[in-house]
Design a protein around this ligand. Structure first.
Ligand code: KIV
Length: 265
């Protein structure tokens, strides 16, 4: 398998091939994802929730993102590594946005992702002008959770849908090479996908996007605190882990582990 690059990623849309992304935050799962043929890995700021146990992504720092990006990029041999820009790393000024995006590339990412539409267009323009590939993120953008009053589907009202389409076109014009669409109606995602030359990556955005992304721990059934409608767990690793740990505890208590076979002589 050849290394996935930004131009190759865009070529997938032209060829009608689906783009498959998962999040990863460490070397072990990066290697497993690559072994499964996953070609693009997102170091998502969702790590604030699934790794750090926080209620949302707002407390994730640049230092957190740099650390996890180094782990993933250090292990990835072929996958395109995209790193999320955490809350407050790009909102304050264009200058801070470019510097922080550059730091994520220095940590090994090949591209960055940031949330928002018209408000971040100047950031996207500046980054792409300096050779930093950018992925946009529209719809239910988790860093705005308090504005939405919870993790709620966006773009249901016609005015919201029109604004989202305008934001998508503005991000494309600013140089974004792809767009994540999160928790929006499938029909809106279809319209956006058909209106853009750059690929759309859906999460809770239906089947018409050019690709899909899921949070790895959700996909593996490791994190069952939240179960959004769009989520399909492809494994039940939390149940497996619980069973294994209970058995281990029981066997040590009962003197069944270790046996002679597990002992050095
Ligand atoms: O942080 C993240 O994992 C994300 C994806 C869910 C799109 O932004």
């Amino acid at each position: 398998m050849a290394r996935m690059t930004v131009p190759a990623f865009q070529q997938y849309k032209r060829e009608g091939k689906k783009l498959i992304l998962v999040t990863a935050y460490d070397a072990l799962f990066t290697k497993i994802a690559e072994q499964a043929g996953i070609e693009t890995i997102l170091v998502g700021d969702s790590l604030g929730v699934v790794v750090q146990g926080k209620p949302d992504t707002l407390s994730v720092t640049m230092e957190d993102m740099l650390y996890h990006t180094r782990l993933v990029a250090g292990a990835a041999q072929r996958a395109l590594v995209i790193a999320d820009m955490p809350f407050l790393s790009y909102q304050v000024s264009v200058e801070e946005a470019v510097r922080n995006a550059g730091r994520l590339l220095q940590a090994g990412a090949a591209a960055v992702k940031l949330e928002g539409g018209a408000a971040v267009v100047d950031r996207v323009q500046a980054m792409t002008r300096f050779g930093i590939p950018v992925v946009g993120h529209l719809g239910m953008t988790p860093q705005s959770v308090h504005q939405y009053g919870g993790y709620k589907v966006q773009g249901k009202q016609p005015e919201q849908a029109d604004a989202l389409l305008a934001d998508a076109k503005a991000l494309e014009a600013a140089g974004a090479f792809a767009l994540v669409l999160e928790a929006i109606p499938a029909t809106l995602a279809k319209t956006v996908t058909e209106s853009l030359a750059i690929p759309t990556i859906g999460i809770g955005a239906g089947a018409h996007c050019d690709g899909q992304v899921l949070v790895l721990y959700d996909l593996l059934g490791l994190f069952d605190d939240i179960a959004p409608k769009f989520l399909k767990p492809y494994a039940h690793l939390k149940a497996d882990a619980l069973q294994a740990l209970r058995r281990y505890k029981e066997e040590v208590e009962q003197g069944k582990y270790p046996t002679d076979a597990e002992s050095y002589h």
